[in-house]
Write a protein that binds this ligand. Structure first.
Ligand code: ADP
Ligand code: MG
Length: 362
């Protein structure tokens, strides 16, 4: 593969619905993916991630909706004419072929000349750091090496769009962590528009330019990792990404109240319906001395303090009985002292970190 970036294309998914019997695998999905973007579909098992990828690749025909790559409508094109590279979770390699034969397969399909195939296969294997492995048999490779072969095969014909369906889920954690960084570097180098599927929120946060959180075939929020984490728009997203405790919020005259405490926030909250307050463990701290302004203060009783190596996790019970988790890095001033079970503490949540949203189940 030449070291220059591949051409890439924007993808526009418009109002796509796909049903299987009475199951809505995709329910009116619209997404615009930018040219060269690394976009991740993140959601629990059965949420529709694979179905959406199959619609993009052309293996599933939606009931309705449109799909454009650049200016071209794709919905009626068969998979082999869409020119997308695809990597599956289970590698889907041909066991009876060598590494080089596997990687060269898409080029033979495209009837490329033998000499040219050889050069492109070598380049592609080099790109995934498997230079010199061409003659190996597939069953002589480790899981990580097989996944690299699958990746080399997906990029060898220089597709403008790369689709990956949980490609790292069969690997052990250490290798997965390394491959996440490697795939990200590869994307930066090659620059093709990439749609990546995972159910692992940390993987999504690590790799993506933007993340589409999907549940029951619907996009719950589409935003950058930081926006999703700091400003989830609904309970599903807040719950799925990171850890949180939720408190019911009551309207108290003109103001808001949760766990018997008046609540202030620097962010707007919905003005009707029932409300929830989201509390992230690492955004809460133990207050000492006088209360600062613009901090919500919750009296609580410590139930447990757990040492977890890089951080402490403190569990405390609020006035309304809710148990709350508070996380502080071990080597930081998050906990100026370590309280004991049974001790009374005051927990602080800055107005800036106080996020209130509608309790409606989306
Ligand atoms: P995910 O990849 O997020 O786990 P899928 O896209 O595979 O989810 O599935 C979404 C929903 O569609 C699930 O309820 C699943 O059972 C259903 N589904 C997917 N493919 C088929 C199929 N070929 N036939 C029937 N139901 C399917
Ligand atoms: Mg799937």
């Amino acid at each position: 593969m030449e070291k220059s970036r591949h051409a890439s294309l924007p993808i526009s998914v418009g109002n796509v619905t796909k049903t299987y019997g009475n199951v809505y695998a995709l329910d009116d999905v619209s997404i615009d993916i930018k040219s060269g973007e690394f976009l991740t579909l993140l959601g629990p098992s059965g949420s529709g991630k694979t179905t959406l990828l199959m619609v993009l690749a052309g293996f599933a025909r939606p009931d309705c909706g449109s799909l454009r790559f650049g200016e071209s409508e794709m919905i009626r094109l068969p998979p082999h004419r869409r020119n997308v590279g695809m990597v599956f979770q289970n590698y889907a390699l041909f066991p009876h072929m060598s590494v080089a034969e596997n990687v060269g397969y898409p080029l033979r399909l495209r009837r490329m000349a033998k000499a040219e195939i050889g050069a492109k296969v070598d380049d592609s294997l080099e790109t995934v750091q498997l230079g010199g492995y061409g003659d190996r048999r597939i069953d002589q490779l480790s899981g990580g090496q097989k996944q690299r072969v699958a990746l080399a095969r997906a990029i060898v014909f220089e597709p403008r769009i790369l689709l990956m369906d949980e490609p790292l889920s069969a690997l052990d954690k250490k290798l997965r962590d390394r491959m996440q960084i490697e795939l990200r570097h590869l994307h930066e180098k090659l620059g093709m528009t990439t749609v990546y599927v995972t159910h692992d929120q940390r993987e999504a946060l690590t790799m993506s330019d933007r993340i589409a959180v999907i549940n029951h075939g619907r996009i719950m929020q589409l935003a950058t990792p930081q926006k999703l984490y700091d400003n989830p728009e609904n309970r599903f997203v807040a719950d799925f990404i990171g850890e949180s405790t939720f408190l019911k919020v009551a309207r108290d005259g003109s103001g808001l109240e949760a766990a018997g405490v008046k609540i202030g926030s620097s962010k707007p909250s919905p003005d009707s319906g029932s409300l929830l307050l989201m509390m992230r463990p690492e955004r809460i701290r133990i207050l000492e001395g006088p209360v600062a302004e613009r901090v919500n203060e919750f009296p609580a009783i410590v139930s447990d303090l757990v040492y977890q190596g890089e951080s402490y996790l403190l569990y405390a019970r609020l006035g309304d009985g809710t148990e709350l988790a508070v996380r502080g890095a071990t080597r930081s001033d998050a906990f100026s002292r370590l309280p004991k079970p049974g001790e009374k503490v005051r927990l602080g949540l800055d107005y800036a970190d106080t996020l209130i949203f509608s309790d409606a189940e989306a």
